[in-house]
Design a protein around this ligand. Structure first.
Ligand code: FAD
Ligand code: UDP
Length: 382
């Protein structure tokens, strides 16, 4: 059968590879002039630094199959994300851990003392079932830490007050009463030695796959294929006919430095008056390499306008209502399955993207072998 993957990011590459492995004819197209989607990495020609072009990407997962999958296409080296945060004239360790707490409050608390201190003196325990980001922060760390690390950063990142955001966004971050400063909890964590684009090139390297770059999809193209997997924006597929789903976009202000600019890969800025959310120094993502020069990104977040790259789906109440209408359209679109971060309008980490792509390809291959029709294999996104 003939399949079209719209998007040469992880979704298009993984689904395309699984189908090509079973003898199908796969075309992968992308409007960009490179593969890799938002995971794209490239070496800066002046400094030799591997740059995460669309923002910092750290691989972390508990899914052993996905970990084995990525290790087939890239040599992963150990990498732990240890984020620092500047606030109130000091540098702290994130996520909030015992070091952060002791430094912030000028104390020398042990784990059980710190837990008691936060619970009894800081947290607002009158909040039983936190609904908003702000309530979640007040309930688990209290006002002082919330205002130093979360409030300003979140207003900059999301363009709205934390009381208008769901608690789920903050639940992604742990609070630890020990000195573990690893940003993630996952069992498998690492960085591909030669970047994500080389890994995705390996996934796409199959005789059954043809890649067409700098090619933008139009709906008329569906007819030439038995089925299309579309990883572009869901509302974009329908020419925004019901309106635009809300996204945050990012502006990266690139600068170079002779030496080590900040001593770590990611420095967050918790205060609202600092206009950027964080500075990324890319060479620290490859600690096994040595470079004299350095490439850094100052990252600014704002509402996405037509023509901007959509990065973060907002998914507030307003967006969810519109999303429901687009999902209804998507479910009736013939021969098209909507996949990935943009196609399903969800915040998806790389490991989840790969897991869903493997599952989708598995469902398609099963339908083919059972002689069933190729209906849209849509994951539930509401
Ligand atoms: P994408 O990578 O967005 O690929 C979609 C592709 O489709 C794009 O290349 C686009 O050009 C193409 N396209 C769209 N419309 C069309 C069209 N009409 N015609 C042709 N082509 C089209 N995940 C982690 O696990 N760890 C991290 O640390 C991490 N950090 C992140 C940081 C940022 C700033 C962002 C934005 C994401 C981060 N992610 C991270 C998530 C990760 O980027 C995604 O999981 C992954 O990129 C999703 O892959 P995808 O193929 O679904 O989408
Ligand atoms: N956050 C914050 N301060 C920080 C880091 C994170 O307020 O220094 C908030 C912010 O709202 C962010 C959320 O916590 O969107 C989740 O953090 P994560 O690191 O997962 O951010 P993302 O991957 O969304 O950039």
């Amino acid at each position: 059968m003939r399949f079209l993957m719209v998007g040469a990011g992880l979704s298009g590459a993984v689904i395309g590879r699984e189908l090509a492995e079973q003898g199908h004819d796969v075309t992968v197209m992308d409007s960009r002039d490179h593969i890799g989607g938002n995971c794209h990495t490239e070496r800066d020609t002046d400094t030799g630094v591997m740059v995460h072009v669309y923002g910092p990407h750290i691989f972390h997962t508990d899914d052993e199959d996905v970990w084995n999958y990525v290790n087939r296409y890239a040599n992963f080296l150990p990498y732990k994300n240890r984020v620092k945060a500047t606030s109130r004239g000091q540098v702290f360790s994130l996520p909030i851990n015992l070091h952060t707490i002791n430094q912030f409050f000028g104390t020398t608390l042990r784990p059980d003392e710190a837990r008691r201190f936060i619970t009894e003196k800081q947290a607002d325990t009158s909040i039983i079932d936190p609904q908003s980001f702000e309530e979640q922060a007040m309930r688990f760390v209290g006002r002082d830490l919330y205002e130093a690390f979360f409030k300003g950063y979140t207003i900059k990142q999301w363009g709205c007050h934390p009381s208008d955001l769901p608690a789920s966004i903050l639940k992604r971050l742990p609070v630890r009463f020990n000195y573990d400063d690893n940003y993630f909890f996952h069992k498998f964590q690492g960085m591909p030695e030669n970047g994500y684009t080389e890994m995705i090139a390996g996934i796409l390297d199959h005789p059954g796959i043809t890649v067409q770059l700098s090619t933008t999809f139009s709906r008329a193209m569906v007819d030439g294929f038995d089925h299309v997997f579309y990883s572009g924006p869901l509302d974009g597929y329908f020419d925004y006919e019901l309106g635009r789903l809300g996204y945050r976009t990012l502006d990266f202000e690139r600068f170079t430095y002779d030496g080590d600019y900040q001593g770590c890969a990611v420095m967050n800025y918790g205060e609202e008056q600092v206009p950027y959310t964080r500075i990324t120094e890319h060479k620290h993502f490859s600690p096994w390499e040595t470079h004299q020069g350095s490439v850094c990104y100052r990252e600014y977040s704002r509402a996405a306008e037509p023509g901007d790259i959509p990065y973060y789906p907002i998914r507030q109440v307003k967006e969810k209502a519109l999303l429901g209408k687009y999902v209804a359209l998507a479910e009736t679109a013939e021969n098209v399955t909507f996949v990935g971060r943009l196609g399903t309008y969800r915040y998806l980490d790389m490991d989840v993207t790969i897991r869903e792509s493997l599952n989708t390809a598995g469902a398609v291959l099963k339908a083919i072998s059972d002689g069933d029709s190729l209906k849209p294999f849509f994951v539930s996104v509401l």
